[in-house]
Design a protein around this ligand. Sequence first.
Ligand SMILES: [Fe+2]
Ligand SMILES: [Fe+2]
Length: 177
Amino acid sequence: MSKEPSFMVYLTTHEAVRESFLRHQEALLDRDLPEARRRLERHVRLLCDHIQEEEIDLLPIYGERAGRIEGGGVGLFTAEHRRFERMLKEFRDDLAEMRANDRALDRRILDLLDRQALYKHLLHHHDLRERNVLYPVLDRVTTPAERRKLIEPRRAARRRSTREAAQDRRKTPAARG
Ligand SMILES: [Fe+2]
Ligand SMILES: [Fe+2]
C-alpha cells in the first residue's frame, strides 16, 4: 500500500469484523453461551459501526461521483447491510433462547452454525464487492485531501477494534485449556 491515503484501509476493519465472528463461533463450539453472546455483541458493534461510517461518509460521495457501475450501485451495498442486520438479529434471538441445560442444545447450536454459514458467505461477497469496486472507485473519484479528511478521524476507532480482536485471540488458548 502506498503512502497516499486509500480507502483500502477499511480492509483491516473487514478483517476485524470477520475475526470477531469466528471468535463468536468458537465460543459456540465450546457450548459457552455467555461468551458466545458477548462475542456476538462485539461483532455486531464492529459491523454496525463500519456500516454507519460507509453509509454516512462514503456511499453518498460514491453515489454522487461514481456514475453507473454494474454490480456496484449504492442500493446494492445498503441492501446487503440491511440483510446482515436482519440475520444478526435472528442469531441474537436464537442465542437468547438457548439454555445450557437443554438436551437439544447441540442440535440447536448445529442449526445456528448452519445458518451462520450463509451469513459468512454473504459477508465474504460483500467484502469482495467493496474491495474490488467501492474502495478503488472511491480512491479514484476523491482527492488525497478528501480521503485524509474522511479516513483520519476513524483511525483511532479502527486501531481499538483491531486491538480488541487481538486481545480476544490471546485469551482463548488459556480459556480453552
Ligand atoms: Fe459495506
Ligand atoms: Fe466495508
